[in-house]
Design a protein around this ligand. Structure first.
Ligand code: PLP
Length: 232
């Protein structure tokens, strides 16, 4: 246990983001922070909110819904960042401010139906698989051009960019390879006429500095802000 407060951690994280941006010749405004509240107590979100954070990532649809309900009196926005079963599309359509883990057509179809019914549109990032591990979700990047073409038929889904998770390893070359691959695909899609595909959500507490060096526009940080997870 440490006595570091959330405010101190947040200040440190912001300073590190700024340093990485400078080192990479980027402006700090180019990199957004998405605090990831998954598994942390509601009290910690209240605390984070008092520090000015108003947008949080959750990785399970049922948790996102529970947070939405617990914080319905606030203007907090809930961002879905985890693998989403098709039968959870309704919860996403109702409670998610955006979805960063769109990875297949069947989910897009289910979301389109539910969003039509809710009468709203949803910003989405396409999660691509850049790591070699079997366990990681995400679209095969080779399928991106076709997938984007297919998504054009879904008027409620607004594609804003790509999301990825790097291989879990200490090998920084391998981590950078994952992030660089995502950036190259983002650049290629933009060059091929998908101008709206600008965002690159990549980098977690353990690897966000490499992600910023490789062009992340958004880093998703849980433990770096909220402290170590229980059992982690
Ligand atoms: C949990 C999670 C994060 C944040 O992880 P930390 O290591 O706590 O920063 C980021 N992205 C996704 C998709 C996650 O599931």
């Amino acid at each position: 246990m440490t006595d570091t407060t959330m405010e101190q951690r947040l200040t440190q994280v912001r300073a590190r983001i700024e340093q990485c941006c400078h080192a990479a010749g980027r402006h700090p405004d180019e990199v957004q922070l998405l605090p990831v509240s998954k598994t942390f107590a509601d009290e910690l979100i209240v605390q984070a909110q008092s520090l000015g954070l108003l947008r949080f990532g959750e990785n399970r649809a049922q948790d996102l819904r529970a947070r939405f309900e617990a914080f319905s009196q606030t203007d907090i926005q809930w961002v879905m960042i985890g693998h989403t079963q098709t039968n959870k599309a309704r919860d996403i359509a109702r409670y998610a401010h955006e979805l960063q883990s769109l990875d297949r057509l069947s989910l897009a179809e289910a979301l389109e139906r539910r969003l039509q019914r809710e009468g709203r549109a949803l910003d989405v990032l396409i999660q691509i698989k850049t790591a070699h591990e079997e366990s990681k979700f995400g679209l095969d990047p080779q399928d991106l051009p076709d997938f984007l073409q297919q998504l054009k038929a879904f008027s409620t889904l607004r594609v804003r960019g790509l999301m990825t998770m790097a291989t879990q390893t200490d090998d920084s070359d391998e981590i950078r390879r994952c992030f660089a691959l995502a950036r190259q695909w983002r650049d290629r899609l933009r060059a091929e006429g998908h101008e709206e595909c600008t965002r690159l959500s990549m980098g977690m507490s353990g690897d966000f500095e490499l992600a910023i060096a490789e062009g992340a526009t958004e880093v998703r940080l849980g433990s770096a802000i909220f402290g170590a997870r229980e059992g982690a």
